[in-house]
Design a protein around this ligand. Sequence first.
Ligand code: BGP
Length: 466
Amino acid sequence: MKFSKDFVFGAATAAYQCEGETRTHGKGKVAWDDYLEKGNFQADKASDFYHQYPVDLHLAKQFGINALRISIAWSRIFPYGEGVLNQEGVDFYHHVFRQCQKEGIEPYVTLHHFDTPLALHERGDFLNRETIDAFVKYAAFCFKEYKDEVSYWFTFNEVWPIATNQYIEGVFPPCITYDISKAISSMHGMMVAHAKAVNIFKSCGYKGQIGIIHSLETKYPYDPTNTDDIRAAKKDDILANQFLLDATLLGYYSEETLHTINELLDLNHGSFHYDKRDIAEMKEAANQIDYLGMNYYQSNFVRYYDGENEIVHNGTGEKGTKKFKLKGVGERVIKDGIPTTDWDWLIYPQGMYDMLMRISKQYAFTKGIYITENGLGKKESMSDYHIVDDESRIDYIAKHLTWLLKAINEGVCVKGYFVWSLMDVFSWSNGYNKRYGLFYTDYPTQKRYPKASAYWYKRVIKNREI
Ligand code: BGP
């Protein structure tokens, strides 16, 4: 049971989480800038990728990693989202991509990773059709500008987490809570923007490939013999997974999906309207995408819940503080015997396999899936001898790769796997004490130190087996 020679082993990053220089070199603001200023941590300098990228790319290369997920910061290119162009930002990514070429690293580039320019965010983000139009122009610009340097594109990173964190859980700006209508409409807005970008990419005949990334968590009934729990898990799945899988892979929302979404909206006095032309655009894109990106960290066990909304975010790593009870959907609970991280994320590698099998069966999707993020977030420190012995991360990744290989052996077309993250980076709602990197970032000096997991991953890549 080995990974094939052409299986891609990579690592992932995102612009806002690693670059730093958030307000300099002509970069326009994003909503996070002001929001974080009121809190306990900032995204400057993050991992200083803006200056350290040659170091990071070289390290990746030395450790056998030949593919890297990078995102372009939209507001570094268009400071206000549209109109004025910041040439310095355009050039920065040329430098990064050329350095990738020099090191023999394939960049997998995401256009939107949680960082809509502030000017558009303030006008409603993806609830406003103007943002869709601006995104499509920005995407078209990047396709053309970087056509000789980038062959693998992703339109969006994690549509559901953006929607739920902005409009249901309230932990991403604009920090609105329990507004299901806004969450659904913003997901639809992003899916239309994705579809339009894909269709433009294809109509221009670029040589590269394109897809989108979803965060997919398998939803299991807490008690598999209890019909109420089964229904709760199904509803959670439709809201967080199936709505987006339908839009991406079918190009329309199935009757089952719409039925549950409307039921949920009725209960919350909300509504969802869309234009028929959106569906035509989505269908065209569904036929044309080249692959699906799947981020996988955890799964959920869902129990029937009849009460009001109550969501508590664990943003500090104090185990057992997270709560998720969503009115009309259910309650996500910890299940005995299943380990959790300090942030209460359930470690359940089988959930990755179950989701891969489900996508291939339900949607008969054979074009190829990349696991675009998977990894373990933990509190870590480095010994005096610069050693970070992250056995639990190795164990986490090894178990996920084992289930991944099982899915491949059973016929699912998985083309690659990216560890989140290459080096330690800034974590959106957790700051700097949650580390994921294969390389330890010593933030005061910005030096990188390979963790035990980096050496282990290097062996896996070389031997093509776990
Ligand atoms: C994904 C995001 C990443 C990254 C990761 C870990 O949802 O795409 O940007 O942040 O999760 O999340 P966190 O940093 O909240 O632990």
